[in-house]
Write a protein that binds this ligand. Structure first.
Ligand SMILES: *Cc1c(COP(=O)(O)O)cnc(C)c1O
Length: 432
């Protein structure tokens, strides 16, 4: 399988190149040249398969030519080592909990799979791959956990001093081994600028094999298709049409769902749920793609004004009418989101995070417009404790850190304090 650039200004590349490079030189995004359908017997047998078995079959369908079966199976089993349970709130409303990984959000799926696949591709190389990642909290922890102990790869996380929560900080400063955390005396933008400058520095790039764990790497997208199959498996009444509701920011999650559908999963509709950053719902209604500066909301992982995966969606559909047939879009305010968190708690005794709440609202709107006789599945993208400061006051109840994560709070922080001056960062890297 080759991977082409959505901009088509560079020739298609191998999986290895797509994964290690991240981005094509023409600044498009990599896409698989074709998306084969899975065989009928796979779907007939779905309910007898474990999540890992399903994930392997889906991965092999796309990557089976490029990674030998045994290696691919090991990669998948290593990456997908936590469940994605479907919780039914009612006969029509289901929640797909994607937060059972190490950092309590769905990004663990993508980060872990990308880490394993990169590790596989560099396994015989003599130069260590040095991954630099700037974070305002979440990306850094998912990437750090994903790459922890992957041979041949080191990760350096840069984060702004005093600007991430204690729990977040513990997630990437307590790991040790191949993960180093730099506590930068500056802002998130400073951290990002340091990373960018490192990639442009000749001396550094000659000495070190630098890489970024880019969020638009194709290796992060593919594993996100796995859990659409796992969700469908868990639906009891499969007679009704399946509608996936995806709380969206950069639209990677939704794009992965489109891949799952192209592989044959019987998905009737997608619902793109956004906060005030309603670029895609606006595109679906008006036909005009109009990126804007992002607006800050309480569902802040979706505060994106120019969704990076829109290029992949546009590439898959080619025209807006085709996209409209498969995707409906709805957007909601913070006030509505807060009300929805209360409603879900009162009606179903379920604690939903602000991103999931936006999805819940979109499902209600969709049902109001197109009818209720469906299986509506809302992707719950994060554990509510990650947003406890908005969730707890709204529902009048503390949200507890899951038992399995409490040990982190006891662990000692190990980070290297550093100025936001590039020369300091460079000196640190040159010593590697
Ligand atoms: C990243 C993220 C999203 C948005 O996902 P995209 O794939 O960028 O659309 C939604 N919710 C949470 C909690 C996230 O971390």
């Amino acid at each position: 399988m080759k991977f082409y650039s959505t901009k088509q200004q560079t020739p298609p590349v191998s999986l290895r190149e797509a994964v290690l490079k991240g981005l094509p030189a023409d600044n498009g995004l990599f896409m698989p040249e074709y998306i084969p359908a899975l065989p009928h017997d796979f779907f007939k047998n779905l309910e007898n398969l474990s999540f890992q078995q399903i994930a392997y079959r889906v991965a092999a369908n796309l990557l089976g030519e490029d990674v030998p079966a045994q290696d691919l199976e090991r990669i998948v089993y290593e990456a997908i080592n936590f469940p994605a349970p479907l919780v039914s709130l009612s006969e029509n409303v289901h929640i797909l909990e994607l937060f059972h990984g190490n950092t309590l959000a769905f990004k663990d799926f993508g980060a872990r799979f990308m880490a394993q696949l990169m590790g596989y591709f560099v396994r015989d190389d003599k130069n260590t791959l040095e991954i630099l990642v700037a974070t305002s909290g979440d990306t850094g922890s998912a990437v750090a956990h994903g790459f922890l102990n992957v041979p041949g790869i080191n990760v350096t996380v840069l984060y702004p001093k005093g600007k991430v929560s204690n729990f977040q900080e513990k997630q990437f400063t307590t790991l040790g081994n191949n993960i180093t955390a730099l506590e930068i005396d500056g802002t998130f933008d400073d951290c990002q600028a340091l990373v960018k400058q490192a990639f442009l520095d000749k001396e550094l790039t000659e000495k070190l094999r630098l890489s970024s764990a880019n969020s638009i790497n194709i290796a992060r997208l593919i594993p996100q298709a796995f859990y659409y199959f796992e969700a469908y498996k868990q639906i009891k009444n499969k007679q009704k049409p399946t509608v996936f509701v995806v709380p969206s920011g950069n639209f990677g999650n939704l794009t992965a769902g489109l891949l799952a559908k192209r592989m044959g999963l019987p998905i009737s509709q997608f619902v793109a749920a956004t906060n005030a950053n309603d670029i895609v719902p606006y595109y679906l209604s008006s036909g005009t793609y109009q990126p804007r500066p992002s607006i800050q909301t309480i569902s802040n992982a979706m505060d994106v004004g120019n969704p990076s995966n829109f290029a992949r969606m546009a590439d898959l559909f080619e025209e807006v009418d085709k996209m409209r047939n498969e995707i409906k879009g709805y957007a909601f305010s913070d006030e509505q989101t807060k009300q929805a968190m209360s409603e879900v708690k009162e009606k179903y005794n379920y604690i939903i995070d602000p991103h999931g709440a936006v999805g819940y609202l979109a499902l209600k709107s969709y049902m109001g417009e197109f009818g209720e006789n469906i299986n509506g599945i809302v992707l719950e993208t994060a554990h509510p404790v990650k947003f406890a400061e908005v969730v707890s006051p709204q529902i009048g109840e503390e949200v507890a850190i899951p038992e399995r994560m409490r040990y982190l709070l006891e662990k000692e922080k190990m980070s290297i304090p550093m100025s936001a001056n590039f020369e300091d960062f460079k000196t640190f890297l040159m010593k590697k």
